[in-house]
Design a protein around this ligand. Structure first.
Ligand SMILES: NC(=O)c1ccc[n+]([C@@H]2O[C@H](COP(=O)([O-])OP(=O)(O)OC[C@H]3O[C@@H](n4cnc5c(N)ncnc54)[C@H](OP(=O)(O)O)[C@@H]3O)[C@@H](O)[C@H]2O)c1
Length: 162
């Protein structure tokens, strides 16, 4: 199972239920990596999307404790047991945990690969991804050239858990 996130220098990922920034090339990477796959997210991340709509051309699985919450085009699960039962239908390598903070933290230990876009900046933030550089079992196995978007520098990294 995979994780995918864009983080800043402090591993921040969001502020006030929004992304910290929007880098078109990173959005493209996210779309290309997850299209045709299964994406797992928390209810707040779903609601941060335009129109609060699920992502197109992907199987969207939403975690919420609210039994009456329904969204067209997405599968609702209400706890981790229900999530695991649902995920049994898919190959683990086709599953991408896409956030937010609460979901990354709960599912990190079940994942073996993390696609991290590292943005060289420190934003005001209230949501964070676990710092993989402080976890000895996670190692960078791939790093891109430096990319730029106006003044921002960023890298596409792949971490694997040993
Ligand atoms: N930079 C990135 O790559 C990236 C990616 C995704 C998100 N983000 C950012 O992350 C922030 C949101 O993160 P967040 O932690 O506040 O919210 P979140 O993880 O997206 O959603 C939290 C919600 O998920 C549901 N939930 C969580 N654990 C559950 C469980 N075990 N069982 C059932 N439901 C569960 C609950 O919904 P109910 O309240 O409905 O019960 C909870 O309130 C935003 O700023 C967003 O923009 C950043």
């Amino acid at each position: 199972m995979n994780l995918i996130a864009a983080v800043d220098e402090n591993w921040a990922i969001g502020y006030q239920n929004k992304l910290l920034t929007s880098i078109p090339e990173d959005m493209k990477f996210f779309r290309e990596t997850t299209t045709g796959k299964v994406v797992v997210m928390g209810r707040k991340t779903l609601e941060s999307f335009p129109g609060k709509k699920p992502l197109k051309n992907r199987t969207n699985i939403i975690l919420t404790k609210n039994p009456s919450y329904q969204v067209e085009g997405a599968v609702m699960v209400h706890d981790l047991d229900e999530l695991h039962k649902e995920l049994e239908k898919y190959n683990s390598e086709d599953i991408f945990v896409i956030g937010g903070e609460s979901i990354y933290r709960q599912l990190l230990d079940e994942c073996d690969t993390a696609y991290i876009t590292k943005i060289e900046y420190q934003y005001t933030a209230d949501s964070y991804f676990p710092n993989l550089d402080e976890k000895k079992e996670w190692k960078i196995v791939k790093t891109s050239e430096e990319n730029t978007c106006f003044d921002l520098e960023y890298f596409f990294l792949v971490y694997k858990k040993s």
